[in-house]
Design a binder for this molecule. Structure first.
Ligand SMILES: [Zn+2]
Length: 124
């Protein structure tokens, strides 16, 4: 084998994506693994997929942040409380306080118990 043949073998490679033979560039004869831009994009997607599979917890955390940013909202760690119940509950509390100010302590305690039971039943 001549010295020229060895140099040719160092720069002639097989693409890891399309399996076609290619000549690597002068800058990348050792690390270049793909023949062109299309195969580079394909290889990048494959490596990213492998990383997501390998680091699934990190990927999901990053994905939550990315999606929240895309929607223009700050990321949340849990679902917000039901908005439907909040005005209803506020009205109930205002009514309850108004009546309590007028009525006796015993009736106030009875009302508190009724509200707590109804809220517990609707939640659980
Ligand atoms: Zn290729």
């Amino acid at each position: 084998m001549a010295a020229g043949d060895a140099a040719d073998m160092a720069t002639r490679k097989r693409c890891t994506e399309c399996r076609q033979r290619f000549t690597s560039t002068a800058r990348g004869p050792i690390v270049q693994r793909v023949c062109g831009a299309a195969c580079r994009a394909s290889r990048d997607r494959k490596l990213a997929r492998a990383r997501r599979r390998r680091e699934i917890v990190e990927f999901r955390a990053e994905e939550r942040v990315r999606q929240a940013e895309h929607r223009g909202q700050p990321p949340v760690c849990h679902a917000p409380s039901s908005a439907r119940n909040q005005p209803e509950l506020l009205d109930e509390v205002v009514d309850f306080v108004d009546r309590s100010l007028r009525l006796s302590r015993a009736i106030m305690m009875r009302d508190i118990t009724v509200i707590c039971r109804s809220k517990r039943a609707s939640v659980g």
